[in-house]
Design a protein around this ligand. Sequence first.
Ligand SMILES: *[C@@H]1O[C@H](CO)[C@@H](O)[C@H](O)[C@H]1NC(C)=O
Ligand SMILES: *[C@@H]1O[C@H](CO)[C@@H](O)[C@H](O)[C@H]1NC(C)=O
Ligand SMILES: *[C@@H]1O[C@H](CO)[C@@H](O)[C@H](O)[C@H]1NC(C)=O
Ligand SMILES: *[C@@H]1O[C@H](CO)[C@@H](O)[C@H](O)[C@H]1NC(C)=O
Length: 460
Amino acid sequence: MKLYVIVPLCALFTLTQQAPSSDKCTCELTNSAKAFPHDKLSTVEDNASKCNSNITPQKTLELESLLLGLERRLPQLQEDVSMLEREDDGELYAVLSLYVIENELLEIKQLIDRLNSSTLGHQRLTSEATKQLEDLSAEMQELETYDTMKVVKGQQDNHRLQSDLDQCRKKLHPTIQSTQPPQGNCPHGQLQNITGPRVYTAGEYPGSYKYGAWGRDPKPEAGKENWYWLVMMTSGNKYSNYVRLYSSLSALIVGVSIPGNVQIDSSNPTTNTIQGPNVVLYGEALYYNCYNQDAVCRFNLTSKTVNTLQLPKGTRFNSKGNFCHLDECYPFTDLDLATDESGVWVIYTTTQDFGNLVLSKVEEGEPLTLSQTWHTSVYKQGVTNTFMACGVLYATRYINKDVEEIFYSFDTTTGVERFNIGILINKMSPNIYALNYSPVDQMLHAYCDSYMVSYKVLFS
Ligand SMILES: *[C@@H]1O[C@H](CO)[C@@H](O)[C@H](O)[C@H]1NC(C)=O
Ligand SMILES: *[C@@H]1O[C@H](CO)[C@@H](O)[C@H](O)[C@H]1NC(C)=O
Ligand SMILES: *[C@@H]1O[C@H](CO)[C@@H](O)[C@H](O)[C@H]1NC(C)=O
Ligand SMILES: *[C@@H]1O[C@H](CO)[C@@H](O)[C@H](O)[C@H]1NC(C)=O
């Protein structure tokens, strides 16, 4: 091999040696075509990418979230107003209701102001972008005249032919519906897909707390059916000592917390405060990983008391059994609390399970107990989060900063495990620190790098 290389090199050397050093040989190239304006192309490219980065899916979602908030808010107001009319007897109750309605109106006004300002922003953006696109398209048409060899035109034709061919193929082979065994014990059928986001909001403290969780109590007290809760890791991204409540989705979006905080303890962290983001509210009680313990805590929001449930010996805690992806483990995610149609669950891992996920059903009584436990064969460090729906455990993994995949399920009814779920979740931020299913409205609530995001779960 080496020999072949050496020979031509020698030849070249001799050639150069032989060339007369005084004479210079010049070649004249006459190009009848205009020089290609590379500068222009590169500004067009720059302008196009600027245009792209100005228009993001986040922008439209913000508007949609606000509209959804308003849509949910108006019927509530109507109901309260009609209640006021019924109560209109000049007594104290009417005064109280009036006060409630005043607050609601204030909240709706804030929502409308936010809508107004985002709408104005969007209009400006749209007209600017339209102008830019028109300019870009004119520039590109002009640049195309340099394509004397008709390369671009040929490529466009090829592209068209290819897509015609694809369509033709699709018609010949209609997609075969996969037949999967029924899963779980669900009134809605089998989990099929996740769409959305439906809600995407920075809430009351934009960007302040990276870790947290939010959602809806599936078993609320009468009158609190529309409430939402929020728990943020306010101390060192690890601990929290209160639950913040909102009387509606729109209140959460505009950041008006009328009931305010319900505090577990005044110091943070301390015995029984919250450790890690994967918490849930169920039946007016918060379930979470107790500070510095391998135990589930239940904080009763009414009586302000805490019950503890010791998990089996060997349970990993204090950030030793976390959810992870290749680049990062999510600190203090040892215990993941979850809700579904049947109540509360805890997902964790133990030393004797070699780091694989373990799932237990939490029974609500007093004292708190675990009823049944399932051992899975999925390694927790390959999982970014889990949630329960209809008695089936689902696990997600990180694909890239825009996509998370529900890849795994474990059916507690049949004991069947599947590693080929393949449902994708469109992310708005790279990391989902908390993920929980709300059986009330079949929404998936995610807390991602300080944003609150929700998705619709579709069942067959
Ligand atoms: C690129 O954008 C700038 C500023 O928006 C504009 O002045 C310029 O004409 C644009 N150039 C092209 C080639 O579209
Ligand atoms: C929307 O905002 C603009 C500019 O701030 C203001 O002039 C207009 O009155 C607002 N409209 C509503 C309905 O609040
Ligand atoms: C799930 O939803 C996404 C987008 O909403 C869609 O692109 C995809 O085809 C759906 N998948 C199935 C299996 O229905
Ligand atoms: C919380 O405390 C109240 C008042 O003591 C009690 O009625 C309720 O059952 C408790 N809730 C839970 C979930 O233990």
